[in-house]
Design a protein around this ligand. Structure first.
Ligand SMILES: Nc1ncnc2c1ncn2[C@@H]1O[C@H](COP(=O)(O)OP(=O)(O)OP(=O)(O)O)[C@@H](O)[C@H]1O
Ligand SMILES: [Mg+2]
Length: 622
């Protein structure tokens, strides 16, 4: 049973306060299919979001199976399914894979056989079995809506909320989906609440909730809509609504609700909320048309009796006992199984991420181009000065004359080699920073709605972030290790190889995870990419390696500039070689100590991951 008592949702403060929902009170019994209808902007989606908890209501309470959700805690993610209007599946997965990953993320302890059987059952329930192997990108709009429902049905929720899942569909597809929702409401005692603009299929619903400017104008059987609103066809409803003020509709409904509830077979309200605002001078409720003229003959008697009840109630007379409404048996539902462990969710997400990566040919090609192209670019810049670099430590000759000549040229060569080596190191650092931002700038932002959806269904943000960190960590290691190995192989840098690899891995990881943090906080992938590009763009000038920064600025900025720490760490790995002296000759910026570099870059990585986690924990529905 779902019960809303006086749900009010206000935005803005004081004079600017506006009620998006105002004192919505209704009850829905199990095994019930209800439609929410009303003109655009009347608060239909807001009402669904208030029920899900995505938007917090300001006043009132929501009760689920006699549980006050505010006092006794939210619904279990298994109990509720929410199908929003936006696309909710990875385009590169097949229909079956989407359902499979959703099942594995939501339902624990499924054996492979059970999993296969559940996938088939869920796909069968929405009629998608035949296209199970088709990629989501290739299926039609109507099929996508079905898939959205299939994904929600994977945890077999007791309450299914669907927001305009039929809009934009052709009449046949719309018909099929409404019938599908009707069917879903008949199994397992499920309540299905569907927002729709269309009045074509109202008769298929057990009850219809009519909203107008945030107020409840009617909730009852679709059979009585025309009668209640005094219209001849349901299609005239919107015009009729516009004829009276929202407040009047609320007052009118408040007066007539008990009678219509009784006739509609809806459970009576336990608490009848008095109107919060003082009612204005009462206007008569809309005068019903003669019942026989607007409803089928079989309903006329019911309506006659209904009118009698209403009139008696108005006069304060006791009404005759109504025939008991036809109650559907309340089927027993299994208690929901716990969500899979964080580790299970992590492994499902990680394997899905790799699958998506390999299926995205453009992304794979770009990664390969960067992986092999960037080190080649570094080497191309080294080619001209390669000989002096390679021979730098052995070039002082044995003979006195040769030694004298070498010493004469040494200043020039030191400057050349120092500039080249420092430049090559910085070039590697910047290219790896660029790769880092390319790795993660869109990672969370581009799939935010999908992630929010999965989080709503019980996905742990920790499992999600861990899967991202592991996936991106693998890219970072591959990119940085290959860069160090390849460039060293050709250029022949000396010094501690492990420290060099470490410096490059850490600079790449620092930018990758800071950009991941950015992408988890920003609203769109475009914004996140742009900010990440700025971050990389500032790495070279603010590092102080090319042009020395004023000391006061350098002290403040350098701590944030990962490239400075990556460059310093690499330079320090050469401390025992002559390169180090050569570099010191040509740069005014003192490289930081190797140990410090490692810790600062590690701090960047940890802060980036921490920000990612907080950004992912925050709800960010569109
Ligand atoms: N965060 C918000 N800030 C200000 N106004 C909002 C906010 N969210 C919703 N609204 C307003 O609340 C009203 C109800 O919005 P809602 O999305 O619930 O309408 P709806 O009935 O679902 O409309 P539609 O049929 O067009 O989808 C609209 O006027 C909308 O502009
Ligand atoms: Mg809406």
């Amino acid at each position: 049973m779902l019960e809303l008592k006086d749900i009010t949702l206000t935005i803005g403060q004081k004079d600017a306060a506006q009620d998006l929902l105002s004192e919505i009170t209704l009850r829905l019994p199990p095994a019930h299919f209800a439609a929410i209808i009303g003109p655009s902007g009347c608060g239909k989606s807001t009402l669904l979001k208030a029920i899900t908890g995505i938007k917090s209501h300001t006043r009132g309470s929501i009760h689920w199976n006699e549980r006050d959700l505010e006092a006794d805690g939210d619904m279990d993610p298994h109990e509720i399914g929410y199908v929003p209007q936006f696309s909710i599946a990875h385009e590169l997965l097949t229909v079956k894979e989407c359902v499979e990953s959703s099942l594995r993320l939501r339902v624990s302890n499924l054996t492979p056989d059970e999993l296969a059987a559940r996938i088939e059952k869920v796909l069968g329930s929405v009629g998608l079995n035949e296209i199970g192997d088709r990629r989501v990108a290739l299926i039609s709009g109507g099929q996508k809506r079905r898939l959205g429902m299939a994904i929600e049905m994977s945890s077999s929720p007791s309450l299914l909320l669907c927001d305009e899942v039929t809009s934009g569909l052709d009449p046949k597809s719309e018909d099929e989906i409404v019938k599908l929702m009707h069917l879903l409401a008949q199994s397992d005692g499920r309540i299905v609440l569907s927002v729709t603009h269309s009045l074509q299929h109202v008769s298929l619903h057990d009850s219809v909730i009519v909203l107008y400017e945030g107020v409840l104008a009617y909730h009852g059987s679709p059979k009585f809509i025309t009668h209640y609103f005094g219209i001849t066809r349901p299609e005239d409803l919107y015009l009729r609504l516009a004829e009276r003020k929202a407040h009047d509709w609320r007052q009118s409904w408040h007066k007539h609700r008990p009678a219509y509830y009784e006739q509609s077979g809806l459970p009576p309200m336990t608490v009848t909320a008095p109107p919060v605002t003082a009612p204005p001078k009462q206007e008569e409720p809309p005068k019903p048309e003669p019942a026989a003229a607007v409803v089928e003959l079989s309903e006329a008697d019911e309506l006659e009796r209904l009118r009698g009840i209403v009139e008696k109630k108005q006069k304060g007379e006791p009404s005759e006992p109504a025939p008991p409404p036809i109650k559907k048996p309340e089927p027993k539902r299994k208690s929901p199984s716990p969500s899979p462990s964080i580790f299970t969710q992590f492994s499902v997400l990680l394997s899905r991420r790799w699958k998506l990566f390999f299926r995205d040919r453009g992304q794979v090609l770009l990664q390969l181009a960067l992986l092999f192209g960037f080190p080649c670019l570094v080497v191309i810049f080294a080619l001209d000065g390669l000989e002096p670099v390679k021979n730098f430590s052995t070039q002082i000759g044995a003979s006195f004359l040769e030694q004298a000549m070498a010493e004469k040229n040494i200043t020039i060569e030191v400057a050349q080699v120092g500039t080249l080596v420092s430049g090559l190191i910085m070039f590697q650092v910047i290219l790896l920073a660029l790769m880092g931002s390319n790795n993660s700038a869109r990672e969370v932002a581009a799939e935010r709605n999908l992630f929010e959806k999965e989080k709503f269904a019980g996905l742990s943000p920790l499992a999600y972030v861990a899967s991202k960190v592991t996936f991106l960590g693998a890219l970072v290691v591959a990119q940085s290790v290959w860069m160090t190995v390849f460039v060293n192989m050709i250029v022949g840098f000396q010094g501690e190889f492990v420290a060099q690899v470490m410096s490059l891995v850490l600079i790449n990881a620092a930018i990758t995870f800071v950009c991941l943090g950015i992408s988890s906080w920003l609203r769109s992938a475009e914004q996140s990419s742009l900010l990440s590009m700025y971050l990389v763009g500032f790495q070279l000038p603010l590092s102080g390696v090319v042009l020395a920064l004023p000391k006061a600025i350098a002290t403040v900025t350098q701590i944030f500039i990962a490239s400075y720490w990556g460059w310093s760490g690499f330079i320090r790995s050469m401390e025992s070689t002559r390169y180090y002296d050569a570099i010191k000759q040509v740069t005014q910026t003192e490289p930081a100590g190797g140990f410090l570099c490692t810790w600062v870059l590690l701090a960047h990585v940890v802060i980036g991951i921490f920000f990612t986690y907080t950004g992912c924990k925050n709800s960010r529905w569109e």
